[in-house]
Design a protein around this ligand. Structure first.
Ligand code: ADQ
Length: 460
């Protein structure tokens, strides 16, 4: 079979679906969907995943020319597989163990069950010789389980988050099972070279896999490609939306609503403890306390998307952030002019893009992040060629956006000094930095990312 004829099956924890008002389903246009939709459509492919509903139905949905196959997940499994093992064990462990992970065997058992259900569903619906692309840390056992069921398909897996160093990974009581599961794939993709390297080292140390060549590992009679494939965004679409008249008008309106300050600082994140929102706010507050920033000239907008609200650590994080916002506003705001504008909301793209454009200084300060698309979205939205990006060195994006002001978010003084430097940066320095980042981004879009991974998956 010619490689281009291989139909594509995508498997991810979530289906790219949103419930319409009349109860029907439509595809929801996230970056991943936009990147993969054309290929899935061309090859008459399909998508396997969870609808996000507890005890949901398993009916096939046909939308936008693709078949979407829901994997039903019970309420108990949402607690154990999703909120428990995926987000209470793997998520913190894979992000430098920034919070203590739970290691509970009932949650692990549920993770195995759900991975098994995904593998069976994929095996049932994948056409002969299909290319199956599995996504993320929720589904690390799927490659191995699927290989046992269907040896004719090509299997790829991409990790959207970091893969931890062996010293941390080996805390996991089920570490060997996870590596074995992943080694069932033909191609394993990571955001950064470091992630690929960490995986290699775990495979060699925990399972006696052998590295044949750089990026090629041998295990139980098969070779597996291991490499870095940094994800990106639909740059053209962002640029197009950012240049429109409606965006320009809304940008001007936002500036004026904020009181026409000299500098608007901006943070946009899921409200996650990995994103370093609290440290960023504290640094801003400290600078106001010291008089190095002035509440009449500098305002901060922080937009935080609600996320994983059922997990206790996220409830704690939210309380802490809202307390910091309250304290700083209490000290430094004037009537009608808060110094921090805080929104705990998810914004539509036609509001987010004008906000990016209004942001003179973008603060992206995670303690650890696989890539961080917000940094790339900010750069793509700045079609005016202006704006300063402050970027944590612990993000994947820092590998590509070296002209940002890179900072260690654990270092309070460095964070404060970098914010001041960004606020005071002259346009003669700002513009060439932004231009260099924009140029690089234009040659590394989300479709380049998908194509480079699929080329290896289909041809290897
Ligand atoms: P996330 O941890 O979700 O993704 P990120 O890459 O920044 O992090 O993506 C967040 C997305 O949500 C962006 O597209 C952004 O526009 C959107 N968003 C954030 N706040 C929003 C708000 N208030 N309203 C509307 N939209 C908002 C995981 C990994 C990352 C990796 C991505 C993709 O943790 O490291 O970059 O997957 O692989």
């Amino acid at each position: 079979m010619a490689p281009t004829e291989r139909p594509l099956v995508v498997a991810a924890n979530r289906l790219p679906l949103a419930r319409a008002e009349d109860g029907s389903w439509t595809t929801s246009p996230g970056g991943l969907v936009r990147a993969l939709l054309p290929t899935v459509q061309e090859t008459k492919g399909s998508w396997v995943g969870w609808t996000g509903e507890r005890d949901g139905q398993a009916e096939v949905v046909h939308a936008d020319g693709i078949d979407l196959y829901p994997v039903p997940i019970t309420s108990d499994e949402v607690d154990r597989y999703y909120e428990g093992f995926s987000n209470g064990t793997l998520w913190p462990l894979y992000h430098d163990a920034i919070r203590e992970s739970n290691y509970r065997s009932d949650e692990w058992d549920s993770y195995v069950d759900v991975n098994q259900r995904f593998a069976i569903q994929i095996a049932n619906i994948a056409p002969p010789h299909a290319a199956v692309w599995v996504h993320d840390y929720h589904l690390q056992l799927v490659p191995g389980l699927l290989r046992e069921l269907r040896n004719d398909v090509r299997i790829g897996w991409f990790n959207h988050i970091p893969f931890p160093p062996l010293e941390l990974f080996q805390r996991l009581p089920w570490r060997s099972e996870i590596i074995k599961g992943l080694l069932g794939a033909d191609v394993l993709g990571f955001q950064r070279r470091q992630g690929a390297h960490n995986f290699m080292s775990a495979a060699q140390n925990l399972l006696d896999a052998t590295e044949l060549d750089e990026g090629l590992v041998h295990y139980e009679g098969r070779n597996v490609n291991v490499g870095a494939y940094p994800i990106s965004i639909d740059v053209e679409d962002f640029e197009l939306q950012a240049s429109g008249r409606a965006t320009r008008q809304r940008t001007a309106q936002i500036r004026s609503r904020l009181g026409d300050p000299e500098v608007i600082l901006l943070g946009v994140d899921r409200l996650d403890y990995t994103k370093g929102i609290g440290n960023r706010l504290q640094a801003f507050g400290e600078l106001l306390d010291q008089g190095r920033l002035d509440p009449e000239r500098h305002v901060l907008v922080q937009v935080a998307t609600p996320t994983r609200e059922g997990v206790e650590q996220y409830q704690d994080e939210r309380r802490e952030i809202e307390q910091i916002v309250g304290e700083i506003n209490g000290r430094h705001s004037r009537l009608g002019f808060p110094v921090i504008h805080y929104l705990y909301q998810s914004l539509p793209l036609d509001e987010l893009i004008p906000l990016y454009r209004a942001g003179d200084v973008m603060l992206v300060t995670p303690f650890r992040d696989g890539m961080n698309l917000v940094a790339k979205e900010y750069v793509a939205a700045h079609v005016d060629g202006d704006g300063v990006l402050v970027l944590s060195e612990f993000t994947g994006a820092a590998d590509e956006l070296g002209e940002a002001l890179l900072v260690n978010p654990h270092d309070d003084h460095a964070l404060q000094n970098t914010i001041v430097r960004a606020v005071e940066m002259h346009r003669h320095e700002r513009r060439p930095r932004m231009e260099a980042m924009r140029k690089r981004l234009e040659t590394s879009t989300v479709s380049d990312w998908a194509k480079s991974f699929l080329d290896v998956l289909i041809d290897s």
